[in-house]
Design a protein around this ligand. Structure first.
Ligand code: ADP
Length: 438
């Protein structure tokens, strides 16, 4: 297996005492099971991937959408041995339990049933782990209760994640179910970066602090960037720019996150597809007092009707670039605001880190939008940053450097892979538990 940040040395006691399941040896004498099913459960969707950790290969992937509606849709793609044709089914899928059963049926049809002794664990993406969960964690009743306790700080995400976990636990109660938290990578942030400068008692009473999100991606991408540079994660300082529909930046020093742009919720920081990112908090008072908006309306405005969509009506960077090419001024303004914010965070994290080895772009926009990368780095030559136009214009799924040879700091594009990271972390934990129980 490839390098891993290893949650193994610091396993908390409660994990050590977790009973070993019969699955660990069920695959045959001396062979630990190697497959991990990764589940990402949203309020009305269930995304999944089945991976084989012997070579990190994907055996199958898919999504169930519009769960609870008449027009639910399951799209399943077999991937083993060169892959097979995509299979699509539509029709009512009442709830997540029915969705997971439908997924299990598809996997069984591929000879990959969830009852297979090859399955080592189910890894769940959990958005908010608060301060408690700094590592991937085997889920038991107490862990479930703690994820539930965090619902007030992640009202959109944790309930949906919990539904997925409970459904999977009901289906395979004997199998280790591992929670991998979006916030975990950021728990290394120093207090200076994690604290808001508000009254300490009020903040602590309501657990108000900067948690950060997209941590699985920042962890994976920062490590892959070190590999690309031929170094260990401990040797490099990296600024990671995760630019998808949601977007966040992080400053990673020697493999540890020291700052990140999202805060108590995923609203803070960069301009995103539909989220504003940083605004003066007084904007909310103003909207309430002067515009007469309710708290819920302001919530929707800032989370769903702002960012690129608020500025120009589109949140897809491809469409925005097309409109700019046609001379559309609003699209140009949206692009400029997006880039300005991004540049400010690059500068800020450069200062936080002191020395930077690489600035790396990832996720939908970061991996695909050459004009965004070019514009974000433009004018930063004094910081040792530059983009080579030819390298930047290459389209590729591979991790690659796009800065010229002479540049002091590497600029890189590294495709993110949150599912692989969740699978790796889940599998490593299950192996560690297995060996600690031997
Ligand atoms: P999510 O946050 O939903 O996981 P992704 O990381 O998949 O998002 O990013 C989705 C976004 O990536 C799209 O909204 C679009 O703006 C952008 N994107 C995808 N492909 C391209 C492309 N070829 N060129 C420019 N932008 C792209």
């Amino acid at each position: 297996m490839t390098a891993h940040p290893s949650p193994t040395p610091a396993l908390p006691d409660e994990l050590r005492s977790t009973p070993r399941t019969s699955e660990t040896s069920a695959a045959g004498a001396g062979t630990a099971p190697t497959r991990v099913l990764v589940l990402n459960s949203g309020s009305s969707s269930l995304k999944y991937q089945l991976l084989d950790m012997r070579d990190d290969s994907r055996l199958a992937q898919g999504i169930v959408e519009r769960i609870g509606e008449e027009t639910s849709r399951l799209v399943h793609t077999p991937l083993q041995g060169g892959g097979g044709a995509k299979r699509e089914t539509t029709g009512p899928i009442a709830d997540h339990a029915a969705a997971l059963k439908a997924v299990a049926g598809e996997l069984t049809a591929d000879g990959l049933g969830l009852d297979s002794p090859e399955l080592a664990a189910i890894g769940h993406r959990v958005v908010h782990g608060g301060l408690r969960f700094t590592q991937p964690t085997v889920i038991d009743d107490e862990v479930l209760a703690e994820i539930e306790r965090l619902v007030p700080v992640a009202p959109l995400h944790n309930p949906a994640n919990l539904i997925g976990i409970r459904t999977a636990m009901a289906l395979r109660p004997d199998l280790p179910q591992v929670a991998v938290f979006d916030t975990a990578f950021h728990t290394t942030m120093p207090e200076a970066a994690a604290r808001y400068a508000i009254d300490v008692e009020t903040a602590d009473a309501h657990r108000i602090r900067r948690y950060g999100f997209h941590g699985t991606s920042h962890a994976y991408v920062s490590r892959e960037t070190a590999k690309l540079l031929g170094k260990t994660p401990e040797e490099v300082n990296v600024i990671v720019l995760h630019l998808g529909n949601g977007a966040s930046a992080s400053a990673v020093a020697g493999g540890r996150c020291v700052d990140t742009s999202m805060g108590l919720t995923p609203l803070e920081g960069l301009v995103m597809g539909t989220r504003s990112g940083d605004v003066d908090p007084a904007v909310t008072f103003h909207l309430k007092r002067v515009a007469g908006m309710s708290t819920d309306e302001i919530d929707v405005l800032l989370n769903k009707k702002s960012g690129l969509v608020g500025l120009c009506g589109d949140n897809d960077m491809r469409e925005i670039r097309r409109r700019i090419d046609e001379g559309d001024e609003r699209a140009a303004l949206a692009f400029d605001v997006y880039i300005h914010r991004l540049k400010k965070y690059i500068g800020a994290y450069y200062a936080v880190l002191g020395r930077v080895d690489a600035v790396v772009f990832t996720a939908g926009v970061g991996e695909n939008a050459a004009p965004v990368r070019e514009a974000a780095i433009a004018g930063l030559e004094e910081l040792g940053l530059a983009v080579d136009a030819d390298l930047n214009s290459v389209r590729s799924d591979e991790a690659r450097i796009i800065s010229p040879n002479y540049a002091r700091v590497a600029v890189a594009v590294v495709p993110t892979d949150e599912e692989l990271e969740i699978a790796r972390q889940s599998h490593a934990l299950v192996l560690a538990l297995g060996s600690s129980n031997e």
